[in-house]
Design a protein around this ligand. Structure first.
Ligand SMILES: *[C@@H]1O[C@H](CO)[C@@H](O)[C@H](O)[C@H]1NC(C)=O
Ligand SMILES: *[C@@H]1O[C@H](CO)[C@@H](O)[C@H](O)[C@H]1NC(C)=O
Ligand SMILES: *[C@@H]1O[C@H](CO)[C@@H](O)[C@H](O)[C@H]1NC(C)=O
Ligand SMILES: *[C@@H]1O[C@H](CO)[C@@H](O)[C@H](O)[C@H]1NC(C)=O
Ligand SMILES: *[C@@H]1O[C@H](CO)[C@@H](O)[C@H](O)[C@H]1NC(C)=O
Length: 720
């Protein structure tokens, strides 16, 4: 027992027979598959796990309808009819998987004491009126299902002998009528698997069936009958539930092994030795609403680790506000790409139409191997993401991205009965990466890769982004599900996140500055100095004068954007003592400045001080705690011909934060700050660095004259 468990843990299901069954010579599995769908490949893998011998019928044919299955079975049986011992399992394969091996299957078949055993259903289909004709049962499902049956070849031969129906007629009706004929039922010796010992048709039983994890493998357990079925079939609308179970059964993901399938069937990009031999990818970029950090998006796009000469870009932008971002990117990089199509806001195609057109660029080009669709609010952190997705080799694959510290993500684990969001049992574990793997899900959005070959075959219909009243993303997924193409989400890496678009206003020049509440991580990356973390650890705080501390706080971008924002606003104070903006209306030591509240930036500025300055204050002035309250925070402009300097003064603060917003020697000459008591000057302020000093009593100070150019500083009087 112990040894057996060890062995099953060591093997993967990729190795034939990994789940233990030896090949049964007297058992053959027959199935019909006119297409090699994703579901069919899943079925085949599950069969290989248990060493089932599978023969596929109809591969050369076009699909006409369910009757075709009976015709193909009838023909196939001709060659087996004389084989007395041969047992044949006939099953669906697009939406079915094996959960156990042939030994158990044959044992259960023998226990049924009949020559033919059909799967059972909760409803009679396609003709409900036949229900009263069915024998009653004490326990279990009463009606015949044609999705799976098992029997001796000779008896199955009798079962289909009279078939002369058309391909587009119902196989289930045909079998049902035979079963409902008492004479034939006895002659062929047919029974139904009422209690799902062998066959679990999921339709109508979703509530009864749960996953059962055991010793490195996974089964489905029917709780209504306390059985462990061998073959699981997602018939009718239960197909999505099948997809969920198929993420585990029989050995796809287990607690002991984690993801077993993740490294199966990968497509390596190693074989492409030169840049121009890489697969051609069409990248569709979509801007549908005002979105923060769009320049950063385009920076990441151009840094994508993939030869640009093998990328064709399709950019659809609905937002006039982002016109400048797109144009800046195209100006710098257009010529590096194989091709660029840009649909701007003036062309005003609707969202669904834009997505159809983008996808069609790939579909129409036989050279296009992949279509990579990405919305501009997606932040992909790893530049090799496109390669990673290609290598995973799936029809459609989305890298999982979610809002930071939120369960909101770009996939749904389940679908409600009316087609909207529903939470699967494993959703939270997948979003939080407690379970890592690749997951077949009913809905993905925002970023995904689609194989060009799939677009030209199963998804060849142009208008995938429309379906009834559904929004374009839901329409797309709805259509893809209908076509039986799997949508897979991978959380094998922390790929990145999705920006929050809430409260994004475009009324300023540099609107990202206002995103400190909504998208703090992205805000930090753009605006907080990369060495700030060192300062936070106490490793990069200088003390140029007694009790004056100096540390890196802002990036160059932050400094430039704040200055531009102020200049764009333009309402600099006159520098006189009368000042309507402050309490009392009188300023002792006036500067030429603009207050943060004039540009509606005081809440954001306070958070900045609280999150980034206060921790340094508390480190350098132990025992002092601050909520970073301020009445006055402002940007000062010093110019030789306007106001070059400031007379000695105290600040109306417990401590002052003074951030240099541009560079001495480059943007201006002179400038700096002198603390009179200590005769100590800081004459070479560093752009983006913050000076912190006590406001009163000891730190009487003056602003040294700016002799050339323009100098900007951001000053905050904290805890007045
Ligand atoms: C099938 O045959 C067995 C005996 O071989 C018999 O006990 C059973 O009742 C038969 N079942 C049907 C449905 O005729
Ligand atoms: C990629 O996937 C397709 C379809 O599943 C498969 O036919 C092909 O063999 C896979 N490629 C590799 C290199 O395994
Ligand atoms: C990016 O992805 C590649 C491939 O999965 C991985 O090897 C690498 O470590 C990742 N890089 C980062 C910074 O996460
Ligand atoms: C960060 O600090 C390191 C040394 O501590 C320095 O080499 C590097 O240039 C600094 N980075 C920036 C952006 O100033
Ligand atoms: C202040 O320092 C400067 C140069 O650092 C020096 O020239 C000057 O004499 C000092 N003044 C006083 C009053 O010590």
């Amino acid at each position: 027992m112990f040894l057996g468990l060890l062995i099953s843990l060591l093997l993967t299901c990729g190795a034939p027979g990994a789940l233990g069954s030896s090949t049964a010579d007297n058992l053959l599995v027959l199935t019909v598959a006119t297409e090699e769908t994703d579901g069919f490949r899943r079925f085949q893998r599950s069969a290989q796990c248990f060493n089932y011998k599978v023969k596929v019928l109809g591969q050369e044919e076009e699909w006409h309808g369910d009757g075709q299955k009976v015709r193909l079975l009838k023909t196939a049986l001709e060659q087996y009819v004389d084989n007395e011992d041969l047992i044949i399992l006939f099953t669906e394969s697009y939406d079915a998987v094996f959960a156990s091996g042939s030994a158990e299957l044959l044992k259960k078949f023998k226990q049924a004491k009949s020559k033919v055993v059909f799967s059972a259903e909760t409803l009679a289909y396609p003709e409900r009126r036949l229900e009263p004709k069915y024998p009653t049962v004490i326990e279990g499902k009463r009606f015949l299902g044609s999705g799976g049956f098992i029997g001796y070849a000779s008896h199955l031969h009798k079962l289909v002998a009279d078939w002369d129906g058309a391909d587009d007629t119902s196989d289930q009706l045909y079998y049902s009528k035979i079963f409902l004929d008492p004479v034939k039922r006895e002659q062929i010796n047919i029974t139904l698997d009422h209690r799902c010992r062998i066959f679990q048709n999921l339709h109508g039983s979703e509530g009864d069936v749960v996953l059962k994890f055991e010793n490195g493998r996974v089964r489905a357990r029917n709780m209504a009958y306390d059985t462990l079925p061998v073959l699981i079939n997602g018939n009718g609308p239960s197909r999505l539930f099948m997809n969920y179970m198929g993420n585990y059964i029989p050995r796809v993901w287990t607690f002991e092994t984690g993801c077993v399938v993740c490294d199966e069937g990968l497509r390596s990009l190693q074989e492409f030795k030169t840049d121009d031999s890489f697969p051609l990818v069409v990248v569709g970029v979509f801007i549908e609403q005002p979105t923060p950090f769009v320049s950063e998006f385009f920076k990441r796009l151009s840094n994508l680790q993939y030869p640009k000469q093998r990328i064709q870009l399709y950019i659809a932008n609905h937002e006039p506000h982002h016109q400048k971002h797109v144009e800046r990117f195209l100006q710098a990089h257009r010529s590096e790409y194989s091709d660029v199509r840009y649909v701007g806001p003036e062309e005003a195609v609707n969202f669904g139409e834009a997505r159809n057109a983008g996808m069609d660029v790939c579909r129409q080009n036989p050279q296009c191997e992949y279509y990579f669709s990405i919305d501009v609010q997606v932040v992909l952190k790893n530049a090799s993401v496109l390669r990673t997705l290609i290598e995973q080799n799936k029809s459609i694959i989305a890298p999982m991205v979610s809002r930071i510290q939120d369960l909101w993500s770009n996939f749904w684990g389940a679908l409600s009965s009316d087609g909207f969001y529903a939470r699967s049992e494993d959703y939270i574990d997948i979003v939080q990466r407690q379970r890592i793997g690749i997951w077949n899900v009913p809905y993905i959005s925002n970023v995904y890769l689609v194989k060009g070959s799939v677009l030209r075959k199963a998804l060849s219909q142009y208008d995938l982004f429309h379906s009834g009243n559904l929004d374009p993303d839901m329409a797309f997924c709805d259509n893809v599900r209908r076509k039986g193409v799997f949508m897979v989400v991978t959380n094998r890496e922390p790929f990145g996140h999705i920006l929050s678009l809430e409260n994004y206003k475009t009324s300023h020049l540099h609107n990202d500055l206002w995103q400190i509440f909504q998208n703090i991580e992205d805000w930090k990356e753009k605006f907080i100095h990369p060495n700030y973390t060192l300062a936070r650890k106490g490793k990069l705080i200088e003390s140029p004068c007694p009790d004056v501390y100096w540390f890196p706080l802002f990036t160059e971008t932050a400094c430039d954007d704040i200055v531009e924002e102020m200049e764009n606003f333009g309402q600099w104070s006159g520098g006189g003592n009368k000042d309507e903006r402050i309490q009392g209306g009188y300023e002792n030591v006036p500067t030429i400045d603009i207050h943060m509240n004039q540009i509606n930036y005081e809440k954001e500025w306070q958070k900045l001080l609280l999150d980034f300055a206060a921790p340094i204050t508390e480190k350098m002035f132990p025992g002092y705690y601050t909520q970073a309250q301020f009445d006055l925070a402002f940007v000062v402009r010093y110019k030789p011909d306007e106001q070059p300097s400031l007379v000695p003064h105290h600040d109306a603060s417990t401590f002052t934060i003074n951030i240099a917003l541009n560079s001495v020697g480059q943007d201006y000459e002179g400038g700096g700050c002198r603390f009179i008591r200590y005769n100590c000057s800081i004459t070479a302020p560093r752009k983006g660095w913050a000076l912190m000093h006590p406001g009163r009593l000891t730190h009487y100070h003056e602003g040294l004259p700016t002799t050339k150019g323009t100098r900007y500083i951001a000053v905050s009087f904290v805890d007045p």
